[in-house]
Design a protein around this ligand. Structure first.
Ligand SMILES: Cc1cc2nc3c(=O)[nH]c(=O)nc-3n(C[C@H](O)[C@H](O)[C@H](O)COP(=O)(O)OP(=O)(O)OC[C@H]3O[C@@H](n4cnc5c(N)ncnc54)[C@H](O)[C@@H]3O)c2cc1C
Length: 310
């Protein structure tokens, strides 16, 4: 079909968010996914849903997805919406280059005008807001997740199943677990995040124990993933990492540089543990615990475990 807005995500819950955004423009919406889609799945108001594959997550390739989306772009298409995940942003950038068109990543909102798309996104580590006008169409926009609750529609989706061709020349040799528990960091209601205040890799077991007692996901500051490799890239929070907004965020041994704050500033309640009373994290915290994490974290585990059992 010829659609004004084409949405793609490899994750059906993220796709539902994109469709809900797209439907608000009152334009025709074509949704595409490479995920497993059960018969009778709830529609979110899309006019058509293309299910390619399904493709196992480790076999998804950016080139294959770009070609899949390109096939469904018509002269009517004004906007391609993607989710601002690491994969989604890579697809956005490559697709933009292939189509020689405008791209904006990590957006918070957009307005579809007659001949352009206006987007709003955070800049300067989340300290500023930039409004940009993309006048080359179709514009490619990746949206942050969790900005709205998808609204299921009365109408059932017209589902079309197609094949998927991987085009990447690289080969997956091994798939490693991402760590950080079963809950995705972006969806977690509670996060225990750890920073350079932890001295040794083995000490992370104490942090994981606290997370387990609380039923929380484990996140970290960039050095722990990018420099030390103690935790995975999927666990680092901040400007260049994941953006999270849990109900509870516990920052342990994290100084609170602007780049870290940019990823967790939307958390509801922030508890920080740091031995430096002047650590910048305290300016962004609701509860400030000044002290040595090596004595405070075991105390917390003990108190929470006793509460749990008694
Ligand atoms: C372009 C760019 C992008 C970046 N993106 C990110 C990003 O996405 N995410 C991110 O996190 N960083 C990012 N950074 C890095 C960022 O600037 C900081 O260097 C980093 O966040 C610091 O990590 P940290 O707080 O764990 O370490 P540190 O700044 O070294 O802080 C360690 C803290 O632990 C405390 N501490 C030490 N020992 C103890 C103890 N025993 N008990 C209690 N507290 C203790 C110290 O007082 C200190 O406050 C980026 C930097 C650049 C330039």
């Amino acid at each position: 079909m010829m659609a004004s807005v084409v949405c793609y995500s490899e994750d059906v819950s993220r796709l539902a968010e994109l469709i809900t955004f797209a439907k608000a423009t009152s334009q025709s919406v074509l949704a595409i996914t490479t995920s497993i889609v059960q018969e009778g799945i709830a529609s979110f108001g899309e006019d058509e849903l293309i299910v390619a594959g399904p493709v196992e997550p480790q076999k998804l390739d950016v080139e294959g997805v770009c070609e899949l989306i390109k096939k469904h772009i018509s002269s009517d298409t004004k906007l391609v919406l993607l989710s601002a995940t690491k994969f989604g942003k890579e697809v956005a950038s490559r697709l933009g280059a292939k189509l020689d068109t405008a791209v904006s990543n990590d957006c918070k909102s957009f307005v579809l005008e007659q001949n352009s798309v206006k987007v709003v996104r955070m800049v300067l580590s989340g300290n500023g807001v930039s409004t940009e006008e993309l006048s080359k169409l179709p514009a490619i926009v990746s949206l942050q997740s969790g900005l709205l609750v998808p609204k299921p529609s009365e109408k059932s989706a017209n589902v079309i199943r197609v094949g998927y061709t991987a085009l990447s020349k690289s080969l997956t040799l091994e798939v490693k677990s991402k760590g950080g528990g079963v809950v995705k960091l972006e969806d977690a209601e509670k996060i225990v995040a750890v920073g350079r205040g932890v001295q040794k890799r083995e000490d992370l077991s104490m942090i994981e124990k606290l997370a387990a007692v609380l039923g929380a996901a484990v996140g970290c500051s960039r050095p722990l993933a990018a420099d030390l490799g103690w935790l995975s890239d999927d666990q680092w929070i901040g400007l260049s990492g994941k953006k999270v907004k849990p109900k509870l965020y516990i920052a342990i041994g994290i100084s609170g540089q602007v780049q870290h704050i940019a990823g967790m500033r939307d958390s509801k309640v922030v508890v920080a543990i740091n031995k430096d009373p002047n650590a910048p994290i305290f300016a962004n915290s609701d509860y400030c615990i000044v002290g040595d994490l090596y004595s405070i974290v075991p105390e917390l585990i003990k108190a929470l475990s006793e509460k749990e059992s008694g």
